[in-house]
Design a protein around this ligand. Sequence first.
Ligand SMILES: [Mn+2]
Length: 463
Amino acid sequence: MQLSNPPGRPTLADTLRQRRQRLAERVQFPVALWSGRSASRNFPANVHPFRASSHFLYFAGLPIANAAVRLEAGRLELFMDAATAADRLWHGEATGRDQVAAAIGAAAAYPLSHLADRLDGAATIPVMETATRQQQAAWLKRELPAAKALQAIDQQLASAIVELRLIHDELAIAEMRRAAAVTVKAHRAGMQATLGTTTEAEIRAAMEAVITAHNMSTAYSSIVTVQGEVLHNNAYDHAIQPGDLLLADVGAETESGWASDVTRSWPATGRFSPTQRDIYDLVLAAHDACIQAAQPGIEYRDLHLTAAQVLAAGLVDLDILRGTVEQLVEQDAHALFFPHGIGHLLGLDVHDMEDLGDLAGYAAGRSRSERFGLGYLRLDRPLQAGMVVTIEPGFYQVPALLHDPERRRQYQDQVNWERLAQFADLRGIRIEDDVLITPTGAEILTQDLPTAADQIEALVSGD
Ligand SMILES: [Mn+2]
C-alpha cells in the first residue's frame, strides 16, 4: 500500500478532507461506508482478488479490506482491525491502523466491531459483496435493498455522492491520467505483438503484461477478440486468421481504483481490407465528431445522436443504408449496426456509479428511452467541466439483430442487404477514448494512442 505522496500532487489527506467537507455541505446525518472483503473460492483463505467499494475509496483513499469509515460534519473515523498473529504469519506485516489513519486524515481509529455502536441515524450505500452487506444491514438494524433501490437517507446520501463523484478533483484526474498512460502502452503492446501471435489469448497476455508490470490491474474483464460483434466477449481461444480484425477493449485501473477504458480495432495482418478500411474510417469520423462537439453544456444524448447521424450518412454513402439521414436515425436504422450507447461516465469504476442504477447517468426527471436506438444510452446529462466520459462509437454485424426475421422485414427498405454482404470481412469495430470535459471543450486523456487507420497499420506491421 502506497502511503507516501508523489511530488507535485495534492496530498491524499488534503483531497480527502475536501471531499468530506463537500459531503458535509450536502448531508446533515452521519455516513458509514464499508470497504467490503474478498469472496472466498474453495476455502476461506483462497480468495478472489480484493477490490474495495468505490464509495469507500472515494472518501478513504486507500484499498483497505474489511474496513469502514464514519463521516460526520467533515470528521472521519476509521474502523479496521489490527492484524492478528495468524495474519502476520500468512500475510506478513500489514500497514497498521494508526499509520492508515494518519495517511487519510482520520480523527480517530478503532477496531471494526466498534462501528456497530456508532450507527444511530447513519446512512450507507450497500456494497455488492454479500457478506459485508449482511453486516451492514445487521449493524444498522434495517433492511438494505440493492444499491439501485435505495430508500430514505440512503437515497439522499447516494444523490449527494453522485454530485461529488460526477465532477472529478485534481487528484482523481491525476490518477486517471496514470491509468490512461498505462492503458495506452498496453494497447501499443497488443498491436505490436499481433503479427507474432496465433491466438487472442496471446494478445491479451501481451496487453495485460504491461498493466501488471505497472502494478495496476484491469478495470474490467478485457475483451480481446476476432469476434468484435459479440459485445461483451470474454473468450480468448480463437485462432487469428489473416483477414481478421482484432477488437481489444482493455483498460488499466490504478492501485487506488481509478479506471481507464479504451478500445482499438486493428487488422491481424497489419493492413485493412478496402471494406474494413471504409467502415473503420466511418467509425472514426463518428468518434472525432463527438469529441469535437464535447464541451460544457452539451447534452451527452446529442453526442450519441451525432454519432448516429455520422454513421447513417456514411452508410448511405456506402450504399448500405437507403433514405435520408434524418429519417434513418429517427427509424433507428443506424442501431442495427450500432446498438449500444456512445459511452458512459468514467471514474473509480468503468461505468462509474452504475451500482446506483441510473442515478448518476440520468439527470433528475429523465429515464431510459423505449427506443431501440436510445435505450442503451448509459448517460443522459448535460456535460460539465470535470466530468470524464468515454466516447466509443462502433459498427457491428450482430447475427441476432441482422438475421432476426422481424427486423429484416422492418428495415427491408432501409438496408441494401446485397451490398452489406460485400462487407462480410468485418464483424465488429469500436474506437473508444477517455475524455475529460474542460471549461472550454474536451481533452482526450488517451490521445497518445493513435486512432488514424494508417497509424494503426504502422503500429501493427512495425513500419
Ligand atoms: Mn467503455
